[in-house]
Design a protein around this ligand. Structure first.
Ligand code: 6R9
Length: 685
């Protein structure tokens, strides 16, 4: 086993693996380690650190054969070329380029559905759908899902959607959302799902960027006891888009009857079409559009450190293998599992781990339309018991909010079916981890704390539940094929126990290939900060045992309830308010959301502060971005602390926001140091 810690020349040593070798020794000596039970490990796909090491070693030493073997389990119309992977991650050697399985011809929808139907899963439930109202539910088997996907695919083809065309999807968690994604994939169209909590302006910005032929939406959705009129939002977005030169010909609208009848829906003849009126008339079979492994599959916009969201582009082949494989191992997936991921398909987690990863494995997936606290805080466990969920994957923010409501809501339900838990979106603090483990999982279910990003396509650092002794709050070790490195400010790799910037060395199949329409920004943001590496934007430390601890974003991105929000986006929304002259936004610790949005706002000269104005400023942000980006606090600021060259010193603002007033540090370089005292005196007004 010892020799596994050292790889032959070329691959180099993997320092972070040293500790794993100790395995059991560690487990018995330290009490902060939580070990999977023998019973769990015995049945696990990867039952021990040794087995992981063996597989990991192979994935690093010979990635081409490692991933080719996995690729062979899928259907390819034509096998890929000689070279499995061709990459350049180093900007000093020319354009950044990543390709996997180029020349291979396949289709991810075929691999999710037809392949599984042919393998005998036609009557297996693909989707258990649970509506907002308890008792309002439905199911689709693999063959039913395939038929529905084919009908929509035929309709899309009929209205002229072709391979490579963009389709914007703005839907809540109805079955029609994964159906729409799969229908696009089937015909080679590129879907761009926009989270249905985004405002008309954000939706329009995304429409203008990718110019879809059609927008797919529904008239309304109920979330908890509230009805949200999505069609109105889409109408406003489409008006704004055409003002910006992009007019969309078709708005395919699903009538979500339980939320709103069609009679009450505003309609634009000629453009708007009811899904139910057209789609069911189409044939239930549809030829697959075979695509190259490197043809685009989808676009998903994410926040960065400027005001303009980035269109992260994923391609087909590598993404397919990567989501399927990470899903299988990180959740120790077995064909008898019932899997539920609470994420919305509007985010990457819903792409990779509600739709593609599970369906590629032939899994039964729960899709939940509603809110986890409706009708009360026991809803999740009610659903777990109802469908006998075995794998439950959620975000720390939900764990913390349920934790606050009390254990009674959990213990009222059996939850006996659960065997693996998962966490994603932000670091999970050890106390939330322990509550999740002890209360929800009855100290029986390992937790996979999966660290990854929209850009990475799938899990990067994650426990394999049967293999690791876990440390609450640590995402543990890299997935197969992933080489994380921690670098200092100069980009020099640091070994052993350390902390710094998290980068990834060499590519993995699920990596994004570009930012849509802006390859230069792709290189500048991700590959220039530390040449030779992909820079994640996250800080990370590695402890003496080699475990990884993610410490949060090191750029101007705030993580609110697991949603990435750029400070620049919120600032630009704030200053669009006519009474707001200037704004600076920082993240502050928040008990439930992880981070909250704290905004310093300077009003135009002579404008008095008022509660009404505060509300109207917050409303502007809700309208421009979406409710989830509304600031938690507006701090009136007569001025902002700036250097003589006019740069806002956010370091100082962060300290003021978190009331660490004795840690303001050196303020002498400010153009006007008295600004700081003024800000402190206005902190609680
Ligand atoms: C999948 C997803 C990515 C950012 C990422 C990091 C944070 C996600 C995490 C985590 C610590 C985890 N993040 N998972 N931090 N532990 N298990 O959330 O993608 O929306 O692109 O956000 O989220 O900061 O850089 P995305």
């Amino acid at each position: 086993v010892d020799s596994l810690a050292t790889l032959p020349s070329g691959a180099g040593r993997i320092p972070h693996l040293n500790a794993v070798i100790l395995g059991e020794a560690l487990a018995s000596e330290e009490n902060d380690l939580v070990c999977p039970s023998d019973e769990f490990s015995k049945q696990a796909l990867v039952p021990s650190p040794q087995k992981y090491l063996e597989m990991y070693k192979r994935s690093i030493e010979d990635p081409e054969s490692f991933w080719s073997d996995i690729a062979s389990e899928f259907y390819w119309k034509k096998k890929w070329g000689e070279q499995v992977c061709s990459e350049n991650l180093d900007v000093r050697n020319g354009e950044v380029k990543i390709e996997w399985f180029k020349g291979g011809i396949t289709n991810i929808c075929y691999n999710c559905l037809d392949r599984n139907v042919e393998a005998g899963l036609e009557d297996k439930i693909a989707i258990y759908w649970e509506g907002n109202e308890p008792g309002y539910d439905g199911t689709l088997t693999y063959s039913e899902l395939l038929q529905k996907v084919c009908q929509l695919a035929n309709y899309l083809k009929d209205i002229g959607v072709k391979k490579g065309d963009a389709v914007v999807i703005y839907l809540p968690m109805l079955m029609e959302l994964p159906i729409a994604m799969l229908a696009c994939a089937r015909i080679g169209a590129v879907h761009s799902v926009v989270f249905a909590g985004f405002s008309a302006e954000s939706l329009s910005q995304r429409i203008v960027d990718c110019k879809p032929k059609v927008v797919i939406t529904c008239n309304a959705v109920k979330r908890g006891s509230k009805v949200i009129n999505l069609k109105d939002i889409v109408d406003a977005a489409l008006v704004e888009s055409s003002g910006n030169g992009v007019s969309v010909g078709v708005c395919l609208t699903y009538e979500n009857e339980s939320a709103m009848k069609r009679e009450s829906t505003k309609w634009k003849e000629g453009r708007d079409i009811w899904w139910q009126d057209v789609v069911p008339k189409y044939p239930t079979t549809c030829e697959v559009e075979w695509v190259d492994a490197e043809d685009p599959l989808f676009l998903l916009y994410t926040s960065g450190s400027t005001g303009k969201p980035k269109g992260v582009l994923h391609t087909t082949g590598g993404y397919m293998l990567y989501t399927a494989t990470t899903f299988k191992y990180a959740f120790d997936y077995k064909p008898t599992d019932i899997y539920w991921c609470t994420a919305d398909c509007g985010w990457i987690t819903g792409h990779s781990y509600v739709t593609y990863g599970p369906l590629l494995n032939g899994a039964s997936v729960v899709v939940f339309e509603g809110a986890p606290s409706y009708p009360d805080s026991g809803r999740c466990w009610d659903i777990v018991d109802k469908f006998k969920v075995t794998i439950f994957y959620t975000a720390p923010t939900l764990v913390r909010s349920l934790m606050r409501e009390g254990a009674e809501y959990v213990t009222k339900y059996s939850r006996k079916s659960l065997r693996v838990l998962g966490s994603v979106g932000e670091p999970i603090n050890p106390s939330a981890w322990r509550w999740f483990f002890n209360v929800v999982g009855d100290s029986r279910c390992p937790i996979s704390d999966t660290w990854w990003q929209t850009e990475t396509g799938g899990f990067m650092i994650t426990p394999l539940p049967g293999a690791w002794p876990q440390k609450p709050g640590s995402a543990t070790f890299p997935f197969f094929g992933v080489q994380p490195v921690i670098v200092d400010e100069k980009g020099v790799e640091i070994e052993g126990e350390c902390s710094g910037y998290l980068c990834i060395k060499s590519s993995w199949p699920g990596a994004f290939r570009t930012l849509y329409g802006d390859h230069e920004r792709y290189e500048t943001t991700y590959f220039k900060p530390f040449p030779g590496y992909y820079f994640t934007g996250d800080g990370c430390s590695r402890d003496k045992d080699g475990y990884h601890w993610l410490t949060g974003r090191v750029d101007d991105v705030i993580n609110v309830s697991g949603h990435r929000i750029g400070t620049a986006e919120v600032e630009s929304a704030l200053v669009s308010h006519p009474k707001c002259a200037e704004a600076a936004v920082v993240g502050v610790e928040h008990e439930v959301k992880g981070q909250g949005i704290y905004a310093f706002v300077t009003l135009v000269e002579g404008e008095p502060y008022s509660e009404e104005l505060r509300k109207s400023i917050i409303l502007t942000v809700r309208k421009q971005i979406g409710a989830f980006a509304a600031p938690d606090k507006i701090h009136w600021a007569p001025g902002l602390p700036k250097t003589r060259s006019g740069k806002i010193m956010r370091r100082i603002l962060r300290k003021i926001a978190s009331r660490q007033l004795d840690e303001l540090g050196d303020t002498s370089t400010l153009a006007d140091p008295s600004v700081v005292d003024q800000l402190i005196s206005l902190a609680d007004t």
